[in-house]
Design a protein around this ligand. Structure first.
Ligand code: C6P
Length: 412
C-alpha cells in the first residue's frame, strides 16, 4: 500500500472501507462518534484477522513446522511496520502488549520498582486517564513515594510553570498523555520532555489518543516510552505496544514471567531473552498484532496529515455548532486539540442524553471517560463526549445537533 501524501481525503470512499458504518440503528443510519473509546475497523483489518485464523493459525517462535514459521514471520513483520510507523530505531524497542493500560503497568512495575524509592516522586497530570494514574498510585504506595499532579487550566491546558516548579531531584519519572481522552487537549509534550530531560528524568507519553490522529515520531519527540492501543487506531482489540528506548528497556527487569521471555530455565535460575521478547511472556495476541500491522498500512494509505486536516475541520464545525446551541457547554477549549468535544446540555444528565441520542442512531460516550479527576476539576459527575475519526462527516455532526435538540424538546 502506498502512503497518501495529499492534504485531502475522499471521505465517502473511505467510509466504504468500514462495513459497520453501513449499519442502521433503530432504522436510522449509524452516526458513530465514539471513536475515542474505540474506532471502527476497515475491511482489510477484518480480513487479515480472519485470514490468519483460516490459513496460518499457529504459535509463534516455537514451531519448526511451516505454519508456525509463517505465523512468526507475519507477527514479526507487523512489529516492523509499527517500528517504522513510530520511527523507532529498532524492533527491539517495540514490545507487544494488550494496549496502553498494560504498557503503562509494565513501565510502572518494571522501571518503577527498580528505580523508585521512598521519598521519590512520580509526576503525572490532572487530565490523565485512570490507566496513567492507578499504576503509578500502586507503585507509590508500595515504595513510599509521592504522586504529584501537574495542574491544568479551565481551558484544559497543563500549567507549565507549575510543572517546572514541581520537577526536582526527587522526580523519578514523568508520565503524561500526548492527547487527553476526556478533553482532546494536545499537550506540549516536546517542552515537557525537554524540561524533564534537563534534570535527567525519563518521560512516558500515553499515546492512546494520539496515534489514530497524527504522525508520531518517537525519535523526534525524544520520549523515553510511548504507549499505543491498536483498537483506537483502527486495529483489533487486545493488542497494543510499548515503545521504549533500547538502553532503558535493556536495563529494566522483566515484569511477567513465562514462556518466550527466557533463553533458558533451570531450578537454579533463568536466563532472560533479548529485547523485545524479555517483556513478552506467554502466547501473544498473534492475530491482533497482524491485524494491527494492516491497520498501520491502512492509516498510511489514508495519510495521517490529510486525516488530521479533515478532523480539524470537523472539530471546528462541531464546536461552532454546539457553541451555537442554547444550554450547551463545552469542556476543554485548548488551542491545540484533537477532534474530541466533551459537553453537557443544561438540565439533561449525560447518561439520559446518551440514551436519547442512541435512539436517533447517534453513538457518543456518556460518563467520566475513565478520567474522574477531570470531572472533579469541572465539578461534574460526567460529560457527554463526541469523538471523531477521519470517516466522520459534517452531516453526521448536524445529526448530533438535531438529536441534542430533540433531547432538549423532551426535557423542556
Ligand atoms: N480510553 C475512552 O473512551 P486501553 O484500554 O488500554 O486501550 O487504553 C486505555 C487508555 C489510556 N489512555 C488514554 C488517554 C485513553 O483514552 C485510554 C482509553 C477510552 O476514552 C476507553 S476508557
Amino acid at each position: 500500500m502506498s502512503t497518501n501524501t495529499d492534504r485531502t481525503i475522499d471521505v465517502e470512499a473511505i467510509r466504504r472501507d468500514f462495513p459497520v458504518l453501513e449499519r442502521k440503528i433503530y432504522d436510522r443510519p449509524l452516526v458513530y462518534l465514539d471513536n475515542a473509546a474505540t474506532s471502527q475497523k476497515p475491511q482489510c483489518v477484518i480480513d487479515a484477522v480472519s485470514r490468519y485464523y483460516a490459513e496460518t493459525n499457529s504459535n509463534v517462535h516455537r514451531g519448526v513446522h511451516r505454519l508456525s514459521m509463517d505465523a512468526t514471520s507475519a507477527y514479526e513483520a507487523a512489529r516492523e511496520k509499527l517500528q517504522r510507523f513510530l520511527n523507532a530505531r529498532s524492533t527491539k524497542e517495540i514490545v507487544w502488549t494488550r494496549g496502553t493500560t498494560e504498557s503503562i503497568n509494565l513501565v510502572a512495575q518494571s522501571l518503577g520498582r527498580s528505580k523508585v524509592q521512598a521519598g521519590d516522586e512520580v509526576l503525572i497530570s490532572q487530565m490523565e486517564h485512570h490507566s496513567n494514574i492507578v499504576p503509578w498510585q500502586l507503585l507509590c504506595e508500595e515504595r513510599g513515594a509521592t504522586l504529584k499532579v501537574i495542574p491544568m487550566s479551565e481551558q484544559g491546558d497543563l500549567v507549565l510553570d507549575a510543572y517546572e516548579e514541581m520537577l526536582s531531584d526527587r522526580t523519578k519519572i514523568v508520565a503524561v498523555a500526548h492527547v487527553s481522552n476526556a478533553l482532546g487537549t494536545l499537550n506540549p509534550v516536546e517542552h515537557i520532555i525537554e524540561r524533564a530531560h534537563a534534570r535527567g528524568v525519563p518521560v512516558l507519553l500515553d499515546g492512546a489518543q494520539a496515534t489514530p490522529h497524527m504522525k508520531v515520531d518517537v525519535q523526534a519527540l525524544n520520549c523515553d516510552f510511548y504507549t499505543v492501543s491498536g483498537h483506537k487506531m483502527f486495529g483489533p482489540t487486545g493488542i497494543g505496544a510499548l515503545y521504549g528506548k533500547e538502553a532503558l528497556l535493556d536495563a529494566m527487569p522483566p515484569w511477567h514471567g513465562g514462556g518466550d521471555m527466557i533463553k533458558s530455565v533451570s531450578f537454579d535460575g533463568t536466563v532472560f531473552n533479548d529485547l523485545p521478547y524479555k517483556f513478552e511472556a506467554g502466547t501473544p495476541n498473534i492475530a491482533g498484532a497482524i491485524g494491527m500491522g494492516v491497520a498501520v498500512d491502512y492509516l498510511e494509505q489514508v495519510g495521517l496529515d490529510a486525516a488530521a486536516a479533515w478532523e480539524a475541520e470537523l472539530l471546528e464545525y462541531g464546536t461552532a455548532l454546539l457553541n451555537g446551541m442554547d444550554g450547551v457547554r463545552i469542556f476543554g477549549t485548548a488551542a491545540h486539540k484533537a477532534a474530541v468535544i466533551s459537553f453537557e446540555v443544561r438540565g439533561i444528565h449525560p447518561h439520559d442524553l446518551g440514551t436519547i441520542l442512541d435512539r436517533e442512531g447517534v453513538a457518543i460516550r456518556a460518563g467520566h471517560h475513565c478520567a474522574q479527576p477531570v470531572m472533579e476539576f469541572y465539578g461534574v459527575a460526567a460529560t457527554a463526549r463526541a469523538s471523531m475519526a477521519f470517516y466522520n462527516t459534517k452531516s453526521e455532526l448536524d445529526a448530533l445537533a438535531a438529536a441534542i435538540e430533540k433531547a432538549q424538546d423532551l426535557f423542556a
